[in-house]
Design a protein around this ligand. Structure first.
Ligand code: ADP
Ligand code: MG
Length: 239
């Protein structure tokens, strides 16, 4: 079976000459379907650069990236945007929901240009909201939902296109410990149902809940292993 992500010797260099910054310096990484991977590293270690490349928001300077078997390096900007929309569901630290718009309408948005009939879009959005435990909040607008619920709506929106990969950049960064725990439970459930998840986080407790923890330092992978099992219930313990 081909990996969802197949990254070979990626480099990303910003600027040149005296101002040159090697943000990624030979990153090689495969992620198989159904894996739950956390990426951790100090500020400036290259996490966002890696996420932007994995998410087809940016391209590497050198190296090869196959996303679900597609060689991203050979794609035009337009093809890259299509691959991104079809294959990746994004979740960001700030929930990025449209205000004064119901949860279900927010979740439907990625299907807007799919040519799908309105009733089918609605059906899929409700199914997706149900996956994150918010079917009963479909008509609520973002300001009528807690931060944790808003982030779960964002996860439902990321999933509605049935992407090959759920890519989350600090998804619990704006959540309190209770909402963080809810989010981690949702991610675990989704992963148990077979979804492939890559999450960037600063929080040890969050990273420890993934099945695989990758550490970045100065643009290189310095560790790639199972997290310490002690972390499994650590978030709840902080409540
Ligand atoms: P992290 O997300 O881990 O904090 P980044 O990927 O944002 O790290 O940054 C890695 C390195 O690349 C840093 O030294 C940062 O200053 C540099 N960098 C990131 N983006 C740019 C850019 N657009 N132009 C120049 N340097 C950049
Ligand atoms: Mg960053």
């Amino acid at each position: 079976m081909r990996p969802v992500l197949d990254v070979r010797d990626l480099t990303k260099v910003y600027g040149d000459g005296d101002t040159e910054v090697r943000a990624l310096d030979g990153v090689t990484l495969q992620v198989e379907k159904g894996e739950y991977v956390a990426v951790m590293g100090p500020s400036g270690s290259g996490k966002s650069t890696l996420m932007n490349i994995l998410g087809c928001l940016d391209v590497p300077t050198t190296g090869r990236y196959l996303l679900d078997g597609v060689d991203v390096g050979g794609l035009s900007d337009e093809q890259l945007a299509l691959a991104r929309n079809r294959l990746i569901g994004f979740v960001f630290q700030s929930f990025n929901l449209i205000p004064r718009t119901s949860a279900v309408a927010n979740v439907e948005l990625p299907l807007a240009y799919s040519g799908m009939k309105a009733a089918e879009r609605r059906r899929r959005a409700l199914f997706s909201l149900d996956l994150v435990g918010l079917a009963d909040r479909a008509d609520h607008e973002p300001n009528q939902l807690s931060g944790g619920q808003q982030q779960r709506v964002a996860v439902a929106r990321a999933l509605v296109t049935e992407p090959a990969l759920l890519l989350a950049d600090e998804p619990t960064g704006n959540l309190d410990s209770h909402a963080t725990e809810d989010m981690l439970a949702v991610l675990e459930e989704l992963n148990a149902a077979g979804r492939t998840i890559v999450i960037i986080t600063h929080e040890d407790e969050v990273g420890a809940r993934a099945d695989r923890l990758i550490r970045l330092l100065d643009g290189r992978i310095t560790a790639d292993s199972k997290p310490e099992p002690a972390g499994r219930h650590a978030v709840g313990a902080h409540r």
